[in-house]
Structure formats: C-alpha cells, structure tokens
Write a protein that binds this ligand. Structure first.
Ligand SMILES: Cc1cc2nc3c(=O)[nH]c(=O)nc-3n(C[C@H](O)[C@H](O)[C@H](O)COP(=O)(O)O)c2cc1C
Length: 283
C-alpha cells in the first residue's frame, strides 16, 4: 500500500516498543511496534498501535492479548537486541512464545502478569487503560493506551547523578522500509533550550544578517535565541576579527562576506556570543 510506504518513510525515526503480553490461557507474546510514543508524564501515558494487516485485515496477537488481559510490559530496544527483535516480528502461531523463538530471557514483572525481557535496559510495566480502534479496514491502527505503573532501569546506563545517560542507551529507531537508525555518541548532539525569557526571533534580526547568503537557518535560529539584541562590546578582542576588518576595509562587500563566514564557523562551534560580536562589527 503506497500510503503506508510514504507515511512510514516520512514519519521517522520512530522509537520501538517491544511489547510483552499474555492471553487468558497464559500464552505469552512478544512483538515490536514502532507506532509508539510518550504522550503524558503525569499521568505517565504511552501509546502503541498494532494495526490490522493490510493483506487480509486480520488483527495481531498482541491486540487480541491486551483485549483479554489489559496489561503489557514495554521493553525498550537497543542496538544489541535489534536482530532478535526483528526475528520476533515473524508471524509465529499464537501458541508460540517469541521469547523462545527470538532467544530472549523471561524475567518476572512485579506488578503485571506478562514477563519482562531481561536483556532490555529499560522496561515499563503498564496497565492498558483503553484500546481505541482507528478504523475497520486493513492498515487501521488500534491505539493501546497504557499507563506506566513502574519503570525498571538498568544501572549500567545511569550517570553519576543517577540520571539516564543518553549516550549509553545505544537506542535503535525504525524508519521506512528496512531502514533503522542507531543512536549513539557519534550522532547525538545537543540544542540549547530556548530560555525562559523569549528569544528575539528571526524577524527581529538586522536585515543584513536575516538575508545573509552565508548564514543558514540553523545559524539564524541560534542568533535569534538571545533575549535581547546584543551590543558591541568595546573590550571584545579577537585577532581574526581585527585582521578581517583591516584587510577588507577597502571593500565593504567582501568584508561582509568574510565576517559572515567567520560568524558561521563560530556558530557551528556553539560560540553564539562571539558570533554576535563578529556580526555587530558590520551591522
Ligand atoms: C521494528 C518493527 C516495528 C514494527 N512496528 C509495528 C507497528 O507499529 N504496528 C504494527 O501493527 N506492526 C508493526 N510491526 C510488525 C509486527 O511486529 C508484526 O506484525 C508481528 O508479527 C505482530 O505480532 P503478533 O501478531 O504476535 O502480535 C513491526 C515490526 C518491526 C520489526
């Protein structure tokens, strides 16, 4: 189905919920779902969506299980688990336990009946509050709205202050088709949160900066996040800035370009105050 293909490539990357569920007869199921996210922290609510199969409009065992026993353990997926996670998504018969098929270890949960995946570094024990079907045809999702009752966090991914160390998680996310993303130290980066004070906004930047042919959208976003227009600091001392001004003083257009180039380098290095001083030499 074309729509599914376009949507799954476009709305990506998506975190993966590795859902452990159980039916009334006690059959355990373990399946991955990337239609998944956090929607509230108080109350703590996560939602995932086992869809009706496009092929024959049948429903997934996971959906059948949570309809019978409204409990689920959501096990978070890291890079070390991904091949086994993918294997568990095969359409094994209902009586078949994917813990065994995919080679994961069952660990008893503390508040719900389905077992946890021992190998997962973060597990959420959840009560299913509501199941909301989004349609009756093939491809229709079913929102499984879950309240997180308790979280298990492996100590190995904590920092010295007992916070989760994002760089230690090595999470995997799903994109379109067979594409996955590995999130690790090589591709993680930080963006400074806008202050409690408002940023001035791109519309308030001086025109020469706003319409710069050198500075890109990220640069403008950084510059416009200051809460008031900075002033020239007479004590600001930078040899490269001095050189640019001296060398290009006979050609204002070229000076403009060089200052913007230098400001771009500073912004890429996160030096916003310095970049402003460089740009103000010209405004
Ligand atoms: C990484 C990954 C993410 C998936 N995400 C979803 C999803 O969000 N919704 C869905 O219906 N199926 C999804 N699938 C497919 C199901 O895991 C697959 O249909 C599985 O067989 C369902 O198992 P069950 O019938 O035992 O519940 C995904 C598969 C993989 C490998």
């Amino acid at each position: 189905m074309d729509a599914q293909n376009y949507l799954q490539h476009a709305i990506a990357p998506r975190p993966i919920c590795f859902a452990s569920t159980i039916d009334k007869a006690g059959h355990v199921n373990l399946s991955p779902f990337s239609f998944f996210n956090l929607f509230s922290s108080n109350p703590p609510i996560v939602i995932f969506s086992p869809a009706r199969r496009v092929r024959d409009n049948s429903t997934k065992h996971t959906l059948q299980n949570v309809s019978e026993v409204p409990e689920v353990v959501i096990n978070m997926v890291d890079y070390n688990m991904i091949q086994q996670v993918s294997l568990s998504s095969c359409e094994f018969p209902k009586e078949c336990n994917e813990f065994i098929k995919a080679g994961f270890t069952e660990e008893k949960a503390t508040m719900v009946t389905p077992p946890m995946v021992k190998e997962s570094k973060i597990k959420l024990e959840c009560k299913v509050l509501e199941i909301k079907p989004l349609g009756a045809e093939g491809g229709a999702g079913n929102l499984v709205i879950c309240e997180v009752l308790c979280m298990h966090i492996d100590e190995s991914i904590l920092d010295d202050h007992d916070n989760i160390d994002q760089t230690k998680l090595n999470y995997v996310a799903r994109l379109g088709g067979n594409w996955y993303a590995k999130i690790d130290e090589n591709n993680l980066f930080k963006v400074a949160k806008p202050n409690t004070q408002l940023g001035i906004g791109v519309d308030e930047l001086p025109e020469s900066i706003r319409t710069s042919k050198i500075l890109n959208g990220n640069h403008l976003g950084q510059l416009a996040n200051v809460h008031e227009m900075p002033f020239v600091d007479p004590s600001y001392n930078d040899d490269k800035l001095k050189n640019i001004i001296q060398y290009f003083s006979i050609n204002p257009d070229e000076m403009d370009t060089e200052l913007h180039r230098y400001a771009a380098v500073l912004l890429d290095a996160g030096k916003i105050k310095d970049a402003w001083q460089v740009l103000l030499a010209d405004v």
